[in-house]
Design a protein around this ligand. Structure first.
Ligand code: AMP
Length: 379
């Protein structure tokens, strides 16, 4: 059966949570689950506001460890490791959505974990996520639940068009995805995704992709950044550009939709929502996915906004007033993937550009190692 949602409910972006705890003072410690570049940039932003950070992540190359006051490597289900984080941190956040829900729940018994456990539950499973979005009244791509090769066979018969088979869990940057079309072998496609519970998703003939990066404070106040156009290559974000070529109406609609999802999740922090933009003038936007965290398509805010997405996430989870999201420059953010990073000497010398190097030692194809923000200040 096709998994359909409802599209009837109205946008409501003004609901307040009514929570008003005292802001966390500088000198307090922000705990971060996950040690990648997002954790690193969150820690740098936290330091600017006078906070200390403690990062807990699995063993491996953790660039956030280099810039944190305290860091510890361990498994996400190691009680000692979690006890350490709860002991040192005043509030805990996460830099990726695949932090186990159990980990966040254990920590939440002793410390606030923000943006919260619900956002993790929703974002970790593509099927749960699509249902949640549809129940909020927002459009998602037509999709079918696939638990075995027979489900896949039935779904493609109904779809009768090119699709993508995606694992429900642990897919990112195009991983855990295979194209699937009528006539293809369902056994082979299901094997290619490791026979994992999946969704078959109709391929959207989009005109472009954009994302809304919004932030919601502890008292329910909300702000949003300008909406970038995103270009992906091989499932990985290549670049984000502001201003985007999409109409103001489309951009405002994307922000309103993302803020609606933030309210539904009772969310605190930065939330990114990725959209496909279709040629349907009445309903151009289809939600692709939710990221309950700072997002790669918001990296341009570091050099083109009064207050960037990382600082605003820290402000929100610390109970501070939100920072000014006003854009003060046109910008293109280019991801430096794999060997792109070897051009750092020339990129560092480029006028009007800001190089962000994540300090990762291991250069691998498909690995995000830095980004370049090309900036043109508004006159
Ligand atoms: P995802 O990991 O699901 O966000 O997919 C990564 C990228 O693959 C997206 O940003 C799109 O460029 C492409 N993609 C994913 N799903 C679809 C779809 N249903 N139709 C067309 N392109 C897609």
């Amino acid at each position: 059966m096709r998994d359909q949602g409802q599209h009837e409910r109205q946008d409501d972006v003004t609901t307040m949570t009514g929570k008003s705890e005292a802001p966390l003072p500088p000198g307090s410690c922000i705990g971060i689950l996950g040690g990648g570049q997002l954790g690193r940039m969150l820690a740098l932003a936290a330091a600017r506001l006078g906070f200390r950070t403690a990062v807990y992540a699995e063993d491996g190359e953790n660039p956030a460890f280099d810039v944190a006051k305290a860091a510890r490597a361990g498994a996400y289900d190691d009680p000692d490791g979690l006890a350490w984080l709860a002991e040192v941190a005043d509030v805990v956040t996460y830099e990726f959505e695949n932090v186990p829900v159990a980990t966040a729940s254990i920590l939440a018994r002793s410390r606030p974990v923000l943006p919260g456990v619900k956002a993790l539950e929703v974002a970790q499973d593509r099927l749960v996520e699509k249902r949640f979005i549809a129940e909020a009244g927002l459009p998602v791509a037509t999709h079918w639940r696939v638990d075995n090769a027979d489900d896949l066979k039935a779904a493609i018969r109904e779809a009768d068009a090119p699709c993508l088979l995606k694992t429900r869990r642990l897919g990112y940057d195009g991983k855990g995805q295979v194209p699937f079309a009528p006539g293809d072998d369902p056994q082979a496609a299901f094997a290619a995704v490791g026979q994992a519970p999946s969704v078959l998703e109709a391929r959207v003939a989009f005109d472009g992709e954009l994302s809304a990066i919004v932030v919601r404070a502890a008292d329910g106040a909300m702000a949003a950044y300008d909406v970038p156009e995103n270009v992906h290559e091989g499932g990985i974000l290549r670049r984000s550009t502001v201003p985007s070529r999409f109409s103001e109406q489309t951009r405002l609609k994307a922000v309103a939709m993302a803020q609606k999802l933030a309210v539904e999740l009772d969310y605190i922090g930065v939330l990114a929502v990725e959209f496909f933009v279709t040629r349907d003038p009445a309903n151009p936007l289809i939600v692709n996915e939710i990221a309950p965290r700072v997002h790669n398509s918001g990296h341009w805010t570091m050099d083109a906004c009064v207050c960037d997405q990382f600082e605003n996430h820290i402000r929100a989870i610390a109970g501070w007033p939100l920072g000014d999201t006003t854009r003060i420059a046109d910008a293109t953010m280019i991801n430096l993937i794999g060997d792109d990073i070897s051009a750092w000497p020339a990129l560092a010398d480029e006028p009007g550009a800001v190089l962000h190097h994540y300090g990762k030692a291991e250069v691998r194809a498909g690995r995000k190692l830095g980004h370049l923000n090309r900036i043109k200040p508004l006159s």
